[in-house]
Design a protein around this ligand. Structure first.
Ligand code: ZN
Length: 365
C-alpha cells in the first residue's frame, strides 16, 4: 500500500501518527514507523514512546506491520479488524477499504464516510457563495461537495439540489458522485458521472463509473429514507437528479437498463405504483416491453413493465413522438416534465406498438 493510503487507513481507524519516522530505503524495504496502536493493551508501560510499530510501504502491493515492542505483526489490511477487536469497535468497512487499496494502486482516493466527507472544505475566498465558488482544496478532505460546478448548473441543478441529492465531487477523475443506498437504507457505495467532454471518455474513463465494486444489480439510485410521491423510474444519474430537482423525491434510477431479480424484488416488496420514465429510444422501449425474437415475438422475460404489472400498478410515461432519443434528464422545465407524468398511461400487458410507432420492425435487437 502506498504511503498516502496507509496514512488514510490509520486516520480512519483513529491511529494517531503524531510521531513518525522512516527506516529502510526504496531499494530494500521502506518502513513507516509510528507509536504502537496496541500499546494500551500489549505494552507493559501501556504507552509506546518510541515509534516501535513499523509498516512497510509498498506501492500497489500488500503492506505488513510489525511492532518491535510487543511483537504484534500481520498484514496491514487486517489491522482494522484486529485493533477493532481490542477496542470493541467495528472497523469492517475500513478493513474492506484496506483490502481494496492494498491490491489496487488505483484506489488512491480514499473511500470516504459519505456523511462526513466533504465537510472540511477550505475556501480562500472570504465571500462564499456556494453556488458560485469552487473550493480550493477538496481532495484533502476525501470527496468535496459538488458545489459551484458549471456542469451541474448547465443541467439545471441548483445548490439546493446538490444538498438534497447529497452529491460529492471526485476532483481526481472529475466526476459528480451520487451516493447509493440499499433496500435497507444502508450506504451501499457510490457511482460517478464524468463531467468531461465526450472526447475524453474511453474504456478506462467511462461516462459512468462505479466505485469500489458497487453492487449495481442489487440497488436503485434513490434518496435515502422512505420518500413520498410518485415512484418515477428512469435510467441514468441525471434523469434521477432532474426528477428530484422537480420535486419527485421518490425518483429512482435503475443504473442501466438491465432488469435484475433483486431490483424487481425491491419494487414488488415496497408495493408502490411505479411510473416507468425510460429513455425515448429503442433500448428504453425494449427495457420496458421486451426484445423481439427472430420471429418478431416479444420476449418479455427481461421487460420491466411485463415483470411488474401483475404485482404492482405500472404506469408508462410517454413522449410526444417515439424514439427520438430524449431522456428525462434532458427535459428542461418542470411544467414540461409534469406534463409527461400527467399523461402516463396504465399498463395492462399490451406493448404499445401503435403508440410508439413500430419498434418491433426496426431490425436491430
Ligand atoms: Zn506494540
Amino acid at each position: 500500500m502506498d504511503e498516502k493510503n496507509i496514512l488514510h487507513l490509520l486516520s480512519s481507524i483513529q491511529v494517531g501518527i503524531a510521531k513518525k519516522g522512516y527506516t529502510g530505503s526504496e531499494k530494500t524495504t521502506r518502513w513507516l514507523n509510528i507509536c504502537c496502536p496496541f500499546a494500551p493493551y500489549t505494552h507493559a508501560s501501556k504507552t509506546d514512546k518510541n515509534p516501535s510499530f513499523g509498516i512497510t510501504i509498498k506501492d500497489g502491493k500488500p503492506s505488513s506491520y510489525k511492532c518491535f515492542g510487543c511483537n504484534k505483526k500481520g498484514r496491514l489490511s487486517a489491522l482494522p479488524s484486529i485493533l477493532g477487536g481490542y477496542r470493541k469497535k467495528d472497523y469492517s468497512a475500513q478493513r474492506l477499504w484496506a483490502e481494496i487499496a492494498e491490491t489496487k494502486s488505483a484506489a488512491s482516493i480514499p473511500l470516504p464516510d459519505w456523511e462526513n466527507s466533504g465537510l472540511t472544505i477550505n475556501y480562500s475566498n472570504r465571500h462564499v457563495d456556494p453556488d458560485q465558488t469552487t473550493p480550493d482544496s477538496i481532495s484533502d478532505a476525501g470527496y468535496g461537495p459538488a458545489v459551484g460546478l458549471r456542469y451541474l448548473r448547465e443541467r439545471g441543478l441548483t445548490f439546493l439540489d446538490v444538498l438534497r441529492l447529497n452529491l460529492r465531487y471526485d476532483n481526481h477523475s472529475k466526476r459528480v458522485l451520487f451516493p447509493v443506498y440499499d433496500a435497507y437504507d444502508k450506504f451501499a457505495g457510490f457511482t460517478g458521472r464524468s463531467i468531461q467532454a465526450e472526447r475524453y471518455l474511453h474504456k478506462g474513463n467511462p461516462k459512468v463509473k462505479d466505485y469500489y465494486g458497487l453492487k449495481k444489480r442489487e440497488v436503485f439510485l434513490r434518496l435515502r429514507g422512505k420518500q413520498q410521491g410518485k415512484k418515477i423510474i428512469s435510467e441514468g444519474l441525471f434523469d434521477y437528479a432532474r426528477a428530484v430537482s422537480y420535486g419527485y423525491l421518490n425518483a429512482h434510477a435503475i443504473l442501466g437498463t438491465a432488469i435484475t431479480e433483486e431490483k424487481l424484488d425491491i419494487l414488488i416488496q415496497e408495493a408502490d405504483p411505479v411510473y416507468l420514465f425510460l429513455d425515448n429510444d429503442l433500448a428504453g422501449w425494449q427495457a420496458m416491453f421486451g426484445v423481439p425474437d427472430k420471429d418478431g415475438k416479444l420476449d418479455t422475460q427481461q421487460a420491466w413493465a411485463f415483470r411488474l404489472y401483475k404485482e404492482i400498478p405500472v404506469w408508462i410515461v410517454p413522449y410526444p413522438r417515439s424514439l427520438t432519443g430524449e431522456d428525462p434528464g434532458g427535459i428542461k422545465a418542470k411544467v414540461i416534465y409534469d406534463a409527461h407524468i400527467k399523461r402516463a398511461w396504465f399498463f395492462t400487458g399490451k406493448a404499445p406498438v401503435d403508440l410508439l410507432g413500430d419498434p418491433l420492425n426496426t431490425g436491430k435487437t
